[in-house]
Design a protein around this ligand. Structure first.
Ligand code: ADP
Length: 670
């Protein structure tokens, strides 16, 4: 065995060790009297030798009284608990008045008998580190404030740009629908399309800021995929029909009525891919096919294919086109205008939703984008197959000429039975006010207008309204203030009047949520178009509509809603509606009524409402909305028994009419 050098155990070595330690070390007895320290500590408090510290207390050092008190408190805590305190942050005022930050650890000193006789302290000066941390925090706060300001700026810009653009679009589409001269109509349609494109451009910029803000996906929106797909095809019909493109829509029955996903992202993915397909196709067709693979009871893999017979994408560009601002065609030719952001956003949104994106393309023949997205089936719905859709849409002009069949477009048919409801429209922007007034004039001859909160409240004091459509941002307040006045102020004659918000803010933004939370029945994004106005009258004027003037079953409306030209298909939807009403919804509604369970009743109505999107049953819709409104404004379901009874009767009427129609269709076939 090698003999150890006694130096390692000598007093001399221990003193040398203390001297060289790069941290400050000192020890005190239980009374707080210093019993020793190392050179670094002595120097830091202005002593020339460590021995000079012996006999002093914290109160003899250049530190402030508060600092000395804090040291003593920590020492006593260690002494009394016989437990170490590690990494305490302390401040120390030096002889030159400089304040430094210390990171200190204190451990109890124990004698042979196990009694605590003092405290050993070690600290490092972390002032520089602390200052750097402080600077970083300050920089982070500044960056966050700047980012917040940027978000607000973009949202405001979006609102400010959308307002006039929406006004232009609404006015042009109104003029187009009124124009009978084919030449002028064509020019007007082109102008309408350009203004719609301007709005889209504005949306792309906002989407881009959305991505930049790293907003997290909301995967809990209940989405009716069929409705969404039909809406987006509708949006593209003017551009597609302008080039005589044929549109196909196929939705597999495996997809239930609703799925849960992020509606904003899903909508934008479809809008961008279908918009591109139409833009880059000169002749032929575009097809949107949605199928799914069931993973388990509650999970689906949605498979969305968008296929076109367009110009195709060269092999060399198939990766770069997904990059920010990357475009396959030069923008200065103006043949295919765009921003180069669409596919970048699609890729980002698909990734956000944990999905996959695939591209196949043959130059000169066409392209197919395939999106695979995982999604969930709502718990309440249970897993039920939905309606199968397999439709072809052709330009009405082409079909009339080539197929020699008359296809009246529902949106062009004049309203046979105008509603005579009293409606208040509140809007400060003169162009939007004019455009919305023009549209609403198709539906009522009793339209009042107000330009601000004050005028609106005056009107609400004078007469009751069937419903109020109000802009949210007004010069002297907000649409929410008007709603508050109508529903709470004694002077108002409109304690239960439904309010519809009309805003230039994009769907899914905070503004929409705030309005719904404040009590608005619905939020409509500007511009208010003909179909939306019709919907508002059908739904919110329900109470005072003479129900008898509405059809029990309107097959044209049904066909339009499922995007079909075959009346039998519209009838099948009604059969499915009746099945679900009789076997599930009405028994549930009756149970909710019995238990006076408002929440369940609203849930059932909400579910029925969803199913009605595929059916043409206007009378029933009005009764449903009347009941819905009544539930919103009453605490006790038993006080609105009449509305429940009406709804049940309407279901019976649909069942009778359905049988008659079914019979007549069968007879006409035989
Ligand atoms: P933008 O359409 O605004 O140019 P995108 O990011 O949506 O920007 O698309 C990038 C490029 O990808 C387009 O400029 C075009 O060259 C190409 N592209 C996208 N979709 C198609 C398509 N369906 N057919 C042919 N080319 C396409």
């Amino acid at each position: 065995m090698v003999e150890e050098d006694p130096y390692w155990f000598s007093q001399e070595f221990i003193s040398e060790l203390l001297l060289r330690l790069p941290v400050h070390v000192f020890w005190k007895n239980t009374e707080g009297v210093f019993k020793g320290c190392n050179q670094a500590f002595a120097k830091s408090i202005g002593l020339s030798s460590p021995n000079d510290v012996i006999g002093k207390t914290d109160y003899d050092l250049p530190t402030t009284k508060e600092e000395s008190d804090a040291y003593r408190t920590d020492d006593l805590a260690v002494i009394h608990s016989n437990k170490a305190k590690i990494n305490i942050e302390e401040t120390q005022t030096r002889r030159d008045g400089k304040k430094v930050t210390l990171l200190t650890s204190k451990v109890p000193l124990v004698n042979k008998q196990g009694c605590v006789v003092g405290v050993l302290c070690i600290y490092s000066d972390v002032t520089e580190l602390k200052n750097a941390q402080h600077e970083l925090l300050k920089a982070k706060e500044i960056a966050e404030a700047a980012s917040q300001a940027k978000t607000e700026f973009i949202q405001n810009m979006q609102h400010d740009v959308r307002t006039p653009a929406a006004g232009v679009w609404a006015l042009l589409s109104e003029l187009t629908s009124q124009e009978s001269d084919p030449k002028k109509k064509r020019v007007l349609s082109m102008l309408t399309e350009s203004s719609a494109r301007l709005l889209e451009l504005c949306n792309a910029v906002v989407d881009f800021s959305y991505v930049d803000e790293q907003q997290k996906p909301v995967v809990e929106n209940k989405i009716d995929i069929r409705r969404l797909a039909a809406d987006i095809l509708d949006l593209n019909k003017p551009a597609a029909y302008g080039k005589d493109l044929i549109l196909h829509l196929k939705v597999d029955s495996i997809i239930p009525s609703y799925v849960l996903s992020d509606e904003f992202r899903l909508r934008r993915i479809l809008i961008n891919l279908i918009g591109n397909a139409v833009k880059f196709t000169k002749c032929g067709s575009i097809s949107l096919e949605i199928s799914a693979k069931r993973e388990d009871k509650r999970h689906l893999l949605l498979c969305i294919k968008i296929k076109d017979t367009g110009i195709g994408i060269p092999e060399a560009k198939r990766h770069t086109i997904f990059e920010k601002f990357s475009r396959g065609t030069a923008s200065d030719t103006n043949e295919y205008p765009g921003t180069g952001l669409g596919l970048y956003l699609v890729k980002k949104f698909v990734r956000d939703l944990d999905g996959d994106l695939e591209l196949e393309s043959v130059l000169g023949k066409g392209s197919q984008f395939k999106v695979i997205l995982p999604c969930t089936v709502p718990l309440l719905e249970g897993y039920m197959h939905g309606l199968e859709i397999d439709e072809t849409h052709v330009s009405p002009l082409k079909s009339i000429q080539e197929l020699a069949i008359e296809l009246p477009l529902a949106s062009n048919t004049p309203l046979d039975t105008p509603f005579h409801q009293r409606v208040l429209l509140v809007e400060d922007d003169p162009v939007c006010l004019f455009a919305a007034t023009e549209v609403l004039a198709h539906f009522t001859n009793q339209l009042d207008t107000a330009r601000n909160v004050h005028e609106a409240c005056m009107q609400l004091q004078q007469q009751p309204y069937d419903f109020v459509i109000s802009d949210l941002g007004l010069p002297d307040g907000s649409g929410i203030d008007i709603l508050g006045f109508a529903h709470q102020d004694e002077k108002s004659k409109n304690p239960h009047t439904p309010f519809i918000a009309l805003t230039a803010h994009h769907q899914g933004t905070e503004k929409h949520k705030t309005a719904l939370q404040a009590g608005f029945a619905e939020v409509v994004t500007k511009p208010l178009l003909h179909e939306q106005a019709r919907h508002l009258f059908e739904v919110y004027a329900a109470d005072s509509i003479v129900n008898a003037t509405l059809d029990i079953i309107d097959l044209n409306l049904g066909m339009q809603r499922i995007g079909s030209k075959i009346p039998e298909k519209a009838l099948v939807s009604i059969g499915m509606l009746l099945d679900s009403l009789k076997n599930e919804d009405l028994p549930q509604l009756k149970r909710a009524y019995k238990k006076n369970d408002l929440l369940s009743a609203r849930e059932v109505l909400h579910k029925i409402r969803g199913a009605l999107n595929c059916c043409g049953t206007p009378r029933f819709e009005t009764s449903l909305e009347a009941l819905h409104q009544a539930i919103k404004t009453h605490e006790d379901l038993h006080k609105i028994t009449a509305q429940f009874e009406t709804l049940y009767t309407e279901v019976e009427l649909i069942a009778d009419e359905y049988q008659k129609l079914k019979q007549s269709k069968t007879e006409s076939l035989t």
